[in-house]
Structure formats: structure tokens, C-alpha cells
Design a protein around this ligand. Structure first.
Ligand code: SAM
Length: 243
């Protein structure tokens, strides 16, 4: 049976493309790409001649049947996104589910992922961890998401965009408290920078930070019974006030 390969691509530094990833991209006749304009550049650089199929979050109803029909014909297909792993805050999950349901082989190729790069250099406990990806854009939903996360005693990894970072850190400070965190930006690129400190400290400089970034935030500390009672009472009173 045909194989669907999940092929990670570099998140900045082209030399992080692995030989196995290249082997697969050279071998398949079809690559399903999040943005074919970006993948063309990668293919030109590595002299890959596979046909590109567009596969992004707004055309899944066309892209998925197309990929499934290729698999049906016995063609292996590689999925790539613009950077890092497909399916991690990128398209990929839907086709993986469909391919599994139809009993095709689904094979992961190891490689680049911004979340894990950030986690291992963060200095925050690497396990257990929770990968959250992007928080919602609107403040109300973002607050609700953080409220749900605040009691999780696990390291949490977020993706964030520079134009939202100040707002997000302000909400984190308000809801999660002044925890230790690491802001990892421009990983594997020339201006790679890892900033470690309390949320309040990083907030002071966040407005000036540009580029792609990952936030690694320490988990909730074990609360004493008194603290749990105190927050429960506070939340109860707040609910009463809201009503
Ligand atoms: N699929 C990708 C992966 O496996 O990491 C993630 C794609 S997601 C659309 C893009 C987000 O990943 C960025 O907004 C940023 O939060 C993070 N990211 C990607 N490349 C990065 C880099 N070089 N340095 C820091 N963060 C990065």
C-alpha cells in the first residue's frame, strides 16, 4: 500500500534539512505543500522535482480527496508545511486521520520543530509538558483558555506572534501569576535569542521583540490546601459579583 510521509522542513536554517527528509522528497512524485510558493524555493534549492499539490487549511475539501486518490493509485505522497512539522500548528492532522482510516501507511520523518527546540533550551522542566500552540486571538477566549491552564502542573509551550506578545504576556501575568518562563525567538536563525526570566521581566522588553517566537512557561506549583480553598472562595465570590 502507498505511504503518506510527514516530512518536517527547517524552521530557519536550511542545513537542518535531514538526509532522510531529502531522500523521501526525492523519491516521491507528489508533495502536498501548505504554500507551494515556499516549497518551490525549497525544492529548487535541493533539486527536488516532485509535483506540488496545494494543501492548506482553506482547501482541505479539495486537497484531501486529491491526496487520497493518489494514495489509491499507489503513489506515495509527502506532506510538508512552510516550516517545522506538518500537523503541528499547521495543516496535516486531517489527512493523517483520513489516511489511517483508509489503512495507508503513515510514516513520520524526524526533524525540525520549534516547540521542542524551545523546550530543551528553556531551562524549564522538560517533562511533563503540554504543547498548546497558539492561544485564541480574541482576548475573551484567550482569558478562558488561560484560566483552564492555570492549575496544570506541567510546563506549557505556546506559539505566539510578535504583534500579540505584550497582550498575551499581560494576560498570562494576570491569570497564571508571575511564573518563570523562556521566550525563544528566531530559533536556528542568525538572530536566535533565548530570554529567560519571570513573566513580568520579559513583559518589560516584549514590545521590542521581533521575529518568530515560542513561549515556554513553567507549570503551576503544588498548592497547599489553604491556597486551593482561598482561590476557590475567591472564584466563588467573583462569580457571585459577576452575576
Ligand atoms: N509546524 C511548525 C513547527 O513544527 O514548529 C510551527 C508552525 S506555526 C504556523 C508557526 C509558529 O511556530 C510561529 O509563529 C512561532 O511561534 C513558531 N516558530 C516557527 N519557527 C520558529 C523559529 N525559527 N523560532 C521561534 N519560533 C518559531
Amino acid at each position: 500500500r502507498a505511504t503518506l510521509y510527514l516530512v518536517p522542513t527547517p524552521i530557519g536554517n536550511l542545513s537542518e534539512m535531514t538526509s532522510r527528509a531529502l531522500e523521501v522528497l526525492h523519491q516521491v512524485h507528489y508533495i502536498a505543500a501548505e504554500d507551494t510558493r515556499n516549497t518551490v524555493k525549497l525544492c529548487n534549492h535541493f533539486e527536488i522535482s516532485a509535483k506540488l499539490i496545494s494543501h492548506h487549511e482553506h482547501n482541505l475539501n479539495v486537497a484531501i480527496p486529491k491526496i487520497l486518490s493518489l494514495l489509491e493509485e499507489g503513489e506515495d505522497v509527502a506532506i510538508v508545511s512552510d516550516a517545522g512539522y506538518p500537523a503541528i500548528s499547521d495543516p496535516g492532522y486531517e489527512i493523517v486521520k483520513e489516511a489511517i482510516a483508509k489503512h495507508y501507511n503513515v510514516v513520520p520523518i524526524s526533524g525540525c520543530n520549534a516547540a521542542l527546540d524551545a523546550l530543551v533550551v528553556s531551562g524549564i522542566a522538560p517533562q511533563p509538558f503540554l504543547f498548546y500552540g497558539f492561544l485564541a486571538h480574541d482576548n475573551k477566549t484567550k482569558k478562558k483558555e488561560l484560566e483552564k491552564l492555570k492549575h496544570q502542573m506541567v510546563t506549557i509551550i505556546f506559539y505566539e506572534a510578535p504583534h500579540r506578545i505584550t497582550k498575551t504576556l499581560n494576560l498570562m501575568l494576570e491569570i497564571l501569576g508571575d511564573r518563570q518562563m523562556s521566550l525563544c525567538r528566531e530559533l536556528t536563525k542568525r538572530h536566535e535569542e533565548i530570554i529567560r526570566g519571570r513573566i513580568s521581566e520579559i513583559l518589560e522588553i516584549a514590545g521590542d521583540l521581533k521575529g518568530e517566537m515560542v513561549l515556554v512557561v513553567e507549570g503551576a506549583k503544588e498548592e497547599t490546601v489553604e491556597e486551593v480553598f482561598e482561590t476557590t472562595i475567591k472564584e466563588h465570590v467573583q462569580q457571585f459579583v459577576d452575576e
